[in-house]
Design a protein around this ligand. Structure first.
Ligand SMILES: *[C@@H]1O[C@H](CO)[C@@H](O)[C@H](O)[C@H]1NC(C)=O
Ligand SMILES: *[C@@H]1O[C@H](CO)[C@@H](O)[C@H](O)[C@H]1NC(C)=O
Ligand SMILES: *[C@@H]1O[C@H](CO)[C@@H](O)[C@H](O)[C@H]1NC(C)=O
Length: 369
């Protein structure tokens, strides 16, 4: 059981609930439409609902091993998204407490979300098709737990994980391009636009401006893989063995509703992390005053911004500290991704995971309409 507290206080409750074995509620998406193994007829039905078809391009002759790893992460994430939207559709359909809407809104939301779910299924099946073609491991769906308990928190979380995906797909396309694997880049660019359309709608529903930033915040594969662990209860495979991407302990933001709603101003944010499972070397900082530790922020396509940690307090392997959130100088509206790092001077994005002890913290500054 992985328990990652990244999304506000409600996630902590989900963690407590799932830590008790008898209370663990593991959701797996009911396979009413054949996903993840649809027959030809079921696939046609998914495509009709998705308003479009899987690409019928011929796969490229080869793909580098690290390109296949990036596609495994995409498949892993899309499987999660399918389950999430499936759960949301179930809750709205059943008028579950917190999810009941007036009949007009209900049918509109269900129409959109059923299409989104089918589109996510096709994203997952596309990734699976590539992996299977190259005899690489294609992750099947896991069981999941979600921290959300009403429609607003559910759409808020959908928007935040879509933001994270939009950043991670940048990382995947850059990796594919640098590996010389040109073909999948077009597909990923197509999906980036698609997820961006979704997020514009989520943001509108929440009362935010649809477009968050001129250049959406970038991310890295290890940060996305780490964040997804918050929702995974159990997988029918060994993640460490099958997907060669590191997992960091979560970095919790204690300010601004767990990072979900931070005000648009310069301020000091409070963080905590349990470093028990952090990469080797963290012990040298234990019980120290935080010298050599930084909070490094990714925001837009600004180079990583590092701020030294302050007010450091250790309790065993758990560290609590503060760091400046330099909003004004960097115009940090929308998503910022924070990591606890052992370096404070990055000249590119790719070096951040190597110097990370805990990540990601997801910080949203929302521009209400
Ligand atoms: C659906 O409802 C269940 C039960 O309240 C809840 O645990 C789950 O998080 C909800 N799903 C979503 C996506 O909000
Ligand atoms: C998963 O694989 C890793 C790496 O091979 C191994 O260290 C770990 O013990 C495995 N976990 C389980 C639960 O089998
Ligand atoms: C940051 O690193 C660059 C080289 O990557 C170096 O030129 C610069 O002096 C460093 N700055 C600080 C404050 O260490």
């Amino acid at each position: 059981m992985y328990c990652r507290n990244i999304f506000a206080a409600t996630a902590a409750l989900a963690c407590l609930a799932s830590a008790a074995p008898s209370a663990k509620r593991a959701y797996s998406a009911p396979s009413t439409d054949g996903f993840p193994n649809p027959s030809a007829q079921q696939l046609a039905a998914i495509e009709a609902l998705a308003d479009g078809q899987l690409s019928n391009q011929t796969p490229p002759p080869t793909l580098a091993a690290s390109s296949l790893t990036a596609i495994q992460l995409i498949a892993f994430n899309e499987n999660f998204e399918v389950a999430y939207f499936s759960s949301l559709i179930d809750n709205i359909t059943a008028d579950a407490p917190g999810y009941n809407l007036n009949p007009g809104s209900k049918s509109e939301l269900l129409a959109v979300l059923n299409t989104v779910k089918a589109q996510e299924e096709l994203h997952a099946l596309n990734a699976k098709g590539v992996l299977t073609h190259f005899n690489a491991f294609a992750p099947p769906p896991c069981t999941y737990t979600f921290p959300t308990t009403d429609i607003k928190s559910a759409i808020t979380l959908a928007s935040t994980f879509t933001d994270l995906v939009l950043g991670t797909l940048q990382d995947a396309s850059q990796l594919l391009a640098s590996n010389g694997d040109a073909d999948p880049v077009r597909t990923i660019a197509s999906v980036i636009g698609q997820e961006g359309e979704q997020n514009g709608w989520y943001r509108s529903l929440l009362g935010f401006k649809p477009s968050a930033k001129p250049f959406l915040t970038t991310s890295t594969a290890p940060f996305a893989f780490s964040a997804l662990q918050a929702f995974v209860v159990e997988c029918p495979f060994n993640q460490t063995q099958e997907i060669d991407i590191p997992v960091f302990p979560p970095l919790n933001v204690l300010s601004g509703d767990g990072g979900a709603s931070v005000s648009p101003q310069d301020q000091t944010l409070e963080f905590s992390a349990d470093l028990t499972d952090a990469p080797e070397g963290w012990h040298q900082y234990m019980d120290g005053n935080g010298d050599g530790l930084y909070v490094t922020y990714l925001t837009g396509l600004n180079l990583p911004i590092s701020e030294p940690v302050q007010s450091v307090h250790w309790s065993g392997s758990t560290v609590t500290f503060k760091a400046l959130f330099p909003f004004t100088e960097n115009v940090m509206d929308g998503l910022s991704i924070a990591a606890l790092t052992t370096s404070g001077n990055f000249s590119n994005f790719d070096d951040v995971p190597e110097a990370t002890l805990a990540a990601p913290a997801l910080i949203q500054v929302n521009d209400m309409l």
